[in-house]
Design a protein around this ligand. Structure first.
Ligand code: DOR
Ligand code: ZN
Length: 336
């Protein structure tokens, strides 16, 4: 970096804002640098339909307005379950929502849910009703946002085992725009690269910048999908480094109270909180690799071009100085 680096505000294609008190705690950090935010629908209870999503939109917009950030673009989503109907998909499409998030239903070998807010996921991607829903999404241009893991599989391979499902979905719905969220392994990177341009992946700081060893010794880095090997991390870096427009910034900032994270490993909540430090962290790491010129495309350009969004007009100015990280932000501990 020269002394300062000016970037367009980010297009954050994967963000957990939660609701109520936690929303008010974390939103200022994202709103400070994100011009576009895609809030995930795995709230408790989850955002299931057109009524929920309207109410959630208003809740977030009210908070943004009180922060003076009402210009932030919200890309709203609902969560698809076995109960979701094609009529509901059509209704939310007419309402102008961006996409539909799917968590595969299932438990791991210890009987735990796939990740935070994943229960009541989709049991069978190829059940007749699910097929009708995907067809409706394709018809209306709704994006399918996939948590791409096979719940029953060993966490190290759970994403790779999901690839056949991704390929079959693509074959059945050639026009369906699919985003594989929080890509974590080389095999999924390779699968996405081979598919057409409307099949993309999102990239998080935890999977791009941290190691499995760091995760295993720090519950604040515990997330799903888990952080894989250095080989997998390098595969992600390679795509980011060459400026592959199929890999979009989707940090998956997922706040949990400190007490829910600082527990024995198996019980610690999944989710990494990064919002307060995202721009500085990325700029530092891209700068170390002499990749600053790739940052703006990665953090906003690719997503905006892919989805026909307007690049945020606001800018972020980063000053070259050591990264400042607080111990916690309103009781939530950041990665680092
Ligand atoms: O680590 C994760 N945390 N992965 C997810 O998919 C959900 C998220 C959360 O909501 O906390
Ligand atoms: Zn997420």
């Amino acid at each position: 970096m020269s002394d300062t680096l000016v970037l367009p505000m980010f297009a954050n294609m994967h963000c957990h804002l939660r609701q109520g008190v936690m929303l008010r705690n974390v939103l200022p950090h994202s709103a400070a640098h994100d011009g576009i935010i895609l809030p995930m629908p795995n709230t408790d209870p989850h955002i299931a339909n057109h009524v929920d999503v309207s109410m959630y939109f208003v809740e977030i917009l009210n908070e943004l307005t009180s922060l003076g950030h009402e210009e932030t673009e919200l890309l709203m989503t609902i969560k698809m379950t076995d109960d979701t109907t094609p009529e509901e998909i059509e209704q939310v499409a007419e309402q102008g929502i961006f996409g539909v998030k799917v968590y595969p239903e299932g438990k791991d070998s210890a009987g735990r849910e796939l990740t935070t807010g994943a229960s009541h996921g989709l049991t069978d991607f190829f059940a007749p009703r699910a097929i009708e829903c995907f067809a409706m999404m394709a018809k209306h241009g709704l994006k399918l946002l996939l948590h791409g893991e096979l719940p029953e599989a060993d966490e190290r391979y759970a994403e790779a085992y999901f690839i056949p499902t991704l390929l079959r979905l693509h074959e059945l719905f050639l026009d369906l725009q699919i985003s594989v969220e929080h890509v974590s392994c080389e095999a999924m990177v390779a699968a996405i690269k081979r598919l057409p341009s409307h099949i993309v992946g999102t990239v998080t700081p935890q999977h791009l910048l941290f190691t499995r060893a760091e995760m295993l010794s720090n519950p604040h880095l515990k997330c799903k999908p888990t952080i894989k090997t250095v080989f997998d991390r390098n595969a992600l870096w390679s795509e980011v480094a060459v400026g592959n427009p199929k890999f979009l910034w989707g940090p998956d900032c997922a706040p949990h109270p400190r007490a829910a994270k600082e527990k024995p490993w198996e019980e610690a909540a999944n989710g990494c909180f990064s919002a307060p430090i995202q721009p500085e962290l990325l700029a530092t790491k891209f700068s170390e690799r002499h990749l600053e010129e790739r940052l703006a495309d990665f953090t906003s350009g690719f997503a905006c071009r892919r989805y026909g969004l307007t690049v945020p007009k606001g800018t972020i100015t980063l000053v070259r100085e050591p990264l400042k990280v607080e111990q916690e932000y309103g009781g939530v501990v950041p990665i680092m």
